[in-house]
Design a binder for this molecule. Structure first.
Ligand code: SF4
Length: 530
């Protein structure tokens, strides 16, 4: 047993290693990146287990599923929107089942600190009908991770853990225990893993049969805590995950706590919820994310004679992160005393490209080349270059999800938008830009794709990229793009005029062209040289 100060993400990584992890896979994305960063650190020089960045989340999931098939324990982690990318193997793995323990960690971002939406991964737990954990602190993240692998093997199913930014990126002491050895190789029964309808129907039946056992396990879980206040039957609270801490902080210093249920596992602990709801007249549901528990409590007609308060009732805000003060207001209390900081002269620091960033030179050249055209047709992707939306560049006009820029540019070109330009980074291109470019090359769509090759996954901290340099150029040609319309530029101020001309030439071409802007991210360059 030892005690360490860990990020929530690190507690998950360490818990997995101590649970006998054989392999972990991930694609970078805030707030989940530190799980893999720490796994790589823990794997160390002697590579005690496999820990690697994958090309995208779907691939990461499939790699982890292969490990599970082989009877070993696997972790796959990503940010919440990454689960959308991995949704196909994720949903189907609930049917194949897991052989070696398989833990999926999806880190949500309530408040959209660094994300395009604040979707709630608990819906995926319900959608796949598997078991889910939602830790409230770092110690629980560690403990639940250890337990999740055992549970995955007990149910023969993948298990999902939902994190949120506030937990992933904060530190607290964690008591750790001895590591368990890795599993021996023991392959899964092939007939379970071949999802022909005849097998899939049988497997789906087994999944449904396990639902009652999962609810029972949830009801008996040590992570769910019910406390009834025998002196007050008027009001109770259901609080889940990190929001449980907000509730406890909001109640700090009060003479007595209302009845409450801390929910940390899914499917919901129905028996515990019945006991709380039976004890009080009004229930306030405090949960970060969507009104997942509140909606299930209310159902279509509500609970007879009971009042349920939460996000749906407007008692708590429907969007953004919760906080102790927000929860205090919902409990009818004023804010806790806080330090007055308004006198400090803090400068506003909006996000911006680094000084000397190659993307800045590409956007300047692109803007110049597009002068005099109809404009507003630059479809962007997700990366540092999304900041090209802001002044002084104002260079891009969409950013939806990983890889969307190429498909969207093609769709716009198909209905007559001209010029149609896509801007995508090298890592995002490898993640999900290859298949839409294959389609655009097949159709010789009238559009220009600009791939910003800075040789890294810069936005999330400089993780490796799978398609850069010569390899990227060969890949583009292999997808069927005409060699004479694959151009490279070096985005530097001294090449501005030349780069503008290349972009103008390729936009003028009636068909598909790809321009690769090749210059290393200056932050990575600094790291390499230091
Ligand atoms: S990290 Fe690299 S790619 Fe991102 S803004 Fe800075 S220099 Fe540009």
């Amino acid at each position: 047993m030892s005690r360490q100060i860990l990020l929530g993400d690190e507690a998950v990584a360490l818990g997995a290693v101590h649970a006998g992890l054989s392999a972990g896979y991930s694609y970078p994305g805030t707030p989940a990146s530190e799980i893999m960063e720490y796994l790589i650190h823990l794997a160390g020089e002697n590579k005690a287990f496999k820990a690697t960045w994958s090309v995208n989340e779907k691939v990461a999931y499939e790699e982890a599923l292969g490990v599970s098939f082989a009877g070993k324990r696997a972790l796959v982690s990503f940010k919440h929107v990454g689960l959308n990318v991995a949704a196909d193997p994720f949903m189907n793995s609930a049917i194949t089942g897991a052989n070696g323990g398989l833990l999926v960690v999806s880190a949500d971002d309530p408040g959209m600190h660094s994300s395009q939406n604040e979707q709630d991964s608990r819906y995926y737990v319900q959608f796949a009908q598997i078991f889910g954990y939602e830790p409230s602190d770092q110690q629980e993240a560690y403990e639940m991770t250890r337990e999740a692998f055992d549970l995955s093997e007990r149910f023969g199913l993948p298990v999902l853990m939902r994190l949120v930014t506030r937990l992933s990126h904060s530190r607290s002491p964690v008591e750790t225990r001895d590591a368990r050895p890795q599993n021996e190789l023991k392959k899964g029964a092939a007939k379970d893993w071949i999802l022909l309808p005849v097998n899939a129907r049988r497997r789906f039946g087994l999944l449904l049969d396990r639902q009652a056992e999962m609810v029972r396990f949830s009801d008996e879980s040590r992570f769910n805590v019910l406390k009834l206040n025998e002196g007050d039957r008027s009001f109770g609270v259901i609080a889940s995950g990190v929001a449980y801490n907000y509730f406890r902080e909001a109640e700090a210093g009060e003479a007595s706590l209302p009845s409450f249920l801390k929910v940390s596992t899914y499917p919901l602990p129905e028996g515990l919820i019945r006991r709380l709801v039976g004890h009080v007249d009004t229930v306030l549901v405090v949960e970060d994310g969507y009104p997942f528990i509140e909606r299930q409590l209310k159902g279509l007609f509500g609970i007879a004679g009971k009042t349920v308060l939460g996000k749906l009732s407007g008692t708590l805000p429907a969007s953004g992160e919760l906080s102790p003060d927000i929860v205090r207001r919902a409990l009818g209390r004023g804010p806790l005393p806080a330090l007055e900081a308004s006198g400090l002269p803090l400068a506003a620091r909006p996000p911006q490209l680094c000084v000397g960033c190659p993307h800045a030179d590409t956007f300047k050249a692109l803007n110049k080349a597009l002068e005099g055209t109809s404009g507003s047709n630059v479809f962007s992707d997700i990366g540092c270059y999304t900041l090209g939306a802001l002044p002084p560049y104002n260079a891009i006009h969409s950013c939806v999800c990983m890889g969307a820029s190429i498909g969207m540019a093609r769709g716009a070109a198909d209905v007559g938008i001209r010029p149609a330009v896509s801007v995508i980074g090298d890592s995002t291109f490898a993640h999900s830009g290859i298949t839409p470019l294959l389609g655009a090359a097949h159709a010789d769509s009238d559009m220009t794709v600009i791939i910003l090759d800075n040789a890294t996954t810069a936005m999330t901290g400089g993780q490796p990229t799978y398609g850069s340099g010569e390899r990227l150029l060969r890949l583009i040609e292999g997808l069927g793009v005409a060699k004479e319309h694959i151009r490279t530029i070096e985005p530097l101020p001294k090449h501005h005029d030349k780069n503008v001309q290349v972009i103008k030439d390729e936009i003028g071409h009636r068909g598909l062209s790809v321009i690769v802007a090749v210059r290393e991210c200056v932050q990575e360059q600094r790291k390499r040289r230091s």
